[in-house]
Design a protein around this ligand. Structure first.
Ligand code: SF4
Length: 64
Protein backbone atom coordinates (compact mmCIF):
# COMPACT_ATOMS: atom_id res chain seq x y z
CA UNK A 1 0.00 0.00 0.00
CA UNK A 2 1.12 3.52 -0.80
CA UNK A 3 -0.19 6.65 0.93
CA UNK A 4 0.01 10.36 0.33
CA UNK A 5 -1.43 13.56 1.79
CA UNK A 6 -2.55 16.36 -0.52
CA UNK A 7 -0.94 19.45 1.05
CA UNK A 8 -3.44 21.75 -0.65
CA UNK A 9 -6.38 19.93 0.95
CA UNK A 10 -5.01 19.14 4.42
CA UNK A 11 -6.22 21.58 7.07
CA UNK A 12 -4.16 20.29 9.98
CA UNK A 13 -6.88 18.57 11.98
CA UNK A 14 -4.27 16.14 13.41
CA UNK A 15 -6.57 13.11 13.32
CA UNK A 16 -4.34 11.16 10.93
CA UNK A 17 -1.35 11.54 13.26
CA UNK A 18 -3.46 10.25 16.13
CA UNK A 19 -4.64 7.24 14.11
CA UNK A 20 -1.22 6.31 12.71
CA UNK A 21 1.59 8.29 14.38
CA UNK A 22 4.27 6.11 12.77
CA UNK A 23 3.10 7.16 9.29
CA UNK A 24 1.84 10.76 9.58
CA UNK A 25 3.82 13.64 11.00
CA UNK A 26 2.77 17.27 11.39
CA UNK A 27 4.78 20.23 10.17
CA UNK A 28 5.78 22.63 12.92
CA UNK A 29 5.08 25.69 10.77
CA UNK A 30 1.45 25.07 9.94
CA UNK A 31 0.41 21.78 11.61
CA UNK A 32 -0.30 20.19 8.25
CA UNK A 33 0.38 16.51 7.76
CA UNK A 34 2.98 14.71 5.68
CA UNK A 35 3.91 11.06 5.41
CA UNK A 36 7.15 9.57 6.70
CA UNK A 37 7.33 7.33 3.64
CA UNK A 38 4.81 6.62 0.91
CA UNK A 39 5.23 2.85 1.20
CA UNK A 40 3.20 1.60 4.17
CA UNK A 41 4.39 -1.51 6.02
CA UNK A 42 1.69 -4.22 6.15
CA UNK A 43 1.52 -3.88 9.93
CA UNK A 44 0.44 -0.24 9.56
CA UNK A 45 -2.16 -0.65 6.80
CA UNK A 46 -5.15 -0.91 9.12
CA UNK A 47 -4.11 2.24 11.00
CA UNK A 48 -3.68 4.10 7.70
CA UNK A 49 -7.14 3.02 6.53
CA UNK A 50 -8.50 4.36 9.81
CA UNK A 51 -6.69 7.66 9.19
CA UNK A 52 -8.24 7.89 5.72
CA UNK A 53 -11.68 7.33 7.22
CA UNK A 54 -11.22 9.94 9.94
CA UNK A 55 -9.67 12.75 7.86
CA UNK A 56 -12.46 15.35 7.62
CA UNK A 57 -10.97 16.89 4.48
CA UNK A 58 -10.45 13.73 2.44
CA UNK A 59 -6.81 14.74 2.07
CA UNK A 60 -5.33 11.27 2.36
CA UNK A 61 -5.25 8.90 -0.59
CA UNK A 62 -4.09 5.29 -0.72
CA UNK A 63 -3.19 2.93 -3.56
CA UNK A 64 -2.87 -0.80 -3.50
S1 SF4 B 1 -6.57 14.36 9.33
FE1 SF4 B 1 -6.56 15.11 7.19
S2 SF4 B 1 -6.74 17.31 7.36
FE2 SF4 B 1 -6.11 16.55 9.35
S3 SF4 B 1 -3.87 16.69 9.42
FE3 SF4 B 1 -4.44 14.64 8.70
S4 SF4 B 1 -4.48 14.79 6.46
FE4 SF4 B 1 -4.57 16.85 7.27
Amino acid sequence: MRVRVDPDVCQGHTLCALAAPEVFLLREEDGHSYVVGEEVPPSMEEAVRKAVATCPEGAISIEG
